[in-house]
Write a protein that binds this ligand. Structure first.
Ligand SMILES: [Zn+2]
Length: 277
């Protein structure tokens, strides 16, 4: 049986040389149990390779998620951008179905200048269009997972992500802890700060498994600047309080490590978890 909290890299492991769609065996051999396939720069994988990824992940018991392209913007005032974003999310659902991913992670968009309040409304209306498009197909197994974002100009604070997930079936949040930390000027400091986030999620949503991103991060006045490895302790957020709080909340969780040391730091997080049980 899988432990309650599982760990894995955001993308191809550091020293792995093979194709991304065959990475599950390597990841399982490292004693990690999750893998977020990166399609941030585009959806170029074929149906055949996607199916191999699915088979490999089942065979090696590695839970797969996919990071959809970065250029999605559900709240643009440009019709072309909106149509493009609908298309990308639709294609992500198709490929995600081939791969058997349990989450399709994406960044929802950017705030409209002078109309911050309208942004969420526009994003929701765009999501409706994506879902209408999917409904006309045979794609049945998909879970979109809008991510908490790291820049203050981006749609995606914790309340907005919760609001989106509350409104639609097939939506579960991706909680990027470093992004929350960066967009709120390093606000997550104590274990209690983590507890507040997790109880907010527990009260608002009915979640079977929570999907997290974690790394140390550097931030400035507009939010996220860059990711740092776990050994760079001058940067937050604090991984120990994160894991301790996760254990106390008793959620099933997947923690995807987005530090520059991907799988290596995912293993450090896993060992930390095991030491705290
Ligand atoms: Zn992330």
């Amino acid at each position: 049986m899988k432990p309650k909290i599982i760990f894995g890299p955001a993308g191809r492991p550091i020293n792995y040389k093979g194709p991304a769609y065959k990475a599950p065996e390597y990841i399982a051999n490292e004693k990690l149990s999750a893998y977020e396939y990166q399609a941030g720069r585009g959806l170029r994988i074929s149906e055949k390779s996607s199916n191999i990824l699915k088979e490999e992940s089942n065979k090696h018991d590695v839970l797969i998620s996919m990071h959809a392209p970065y250029f999605i913007n559900l709240s643009s005032n440009n019709e072309k951008t909106i149509n493009n974003s609908i298309d990308i999310l639709f294609k992500s659902a198709q490929i995600g179905d081939w791969m058997g991913v349990y989450r399709i992670v994406f960044h929802p968009g950017h705030y409209l200048k002078n109309k911050k309040n309208e942004t969420l409304k526009i994003a929701k209306s765009t999501i409706n269009k994506v879902l209408e498009k999917i409904e006309k197909t045979k794609i049945k197994n998909f879970t979109f997972s809008p991510e908490t974002t790291g820049k203050k100009s981006q749609l995606g604070n914790l309340n907005e992500i919760i609001a989106i997930c509350k409104e639609f079936d097939n939506f579960e949040p991706t909680i990027d802890i470093a992004h929350l930390y960066a967009r709120d000027n390093g606000s997550i400091q104590s274990k209690n700060d983590y507890n507040k986030i997790f109880s907010n999620l527990e009260n608002e949503l009915d979640i079977k498994r929570l999907h997290y991103h974690f790394t140390r991060i550097e931030y400035g006045k507009s939010g996220e600047i860059r990711h740092h490895v776990l050994s760079e302790v001058d940067y937050g957020p604090n991984p120990k309080y994160f894991i301790e709080s996760l254990i106390e909340c008793d959620f099933k969780a997947t923690v995807i490590c987005e530090s520059p040391l991907l799988d290596h730091d995912a293993l450090i997080l896993k060992k930390l978890y095991e030491s705290l049980l």
